[in-house]
Design a protein around this ligand. Sequence first.
Ligand code: SF4
Length: 66
Amino acid sequence: MECKREDNLAECTCTAVGCNNRGICCECVRHHRENGELPGCFFSAAGERSYDRSIENFVRLYNMHH
Ligand code: SF4
């Protein structure tokens, strides 16, 4: 199976344009999971821009908006 990076990039909502993992979702997920975090695409636009990708931040924001 070939890498879908170009397709993934077209949908990526992460604004960390300097990150080498953008579009390589497998690396992105691994990196954040190892750090107790979630990828930027799990967050709202405002949440994503905080660059706080912690699970705690995700749960806090989720509870504020649901
Ligand atoms: S969510 Fe994290 S690893 Fe994924 S592209 Fe953005 S900054 Fe890079």
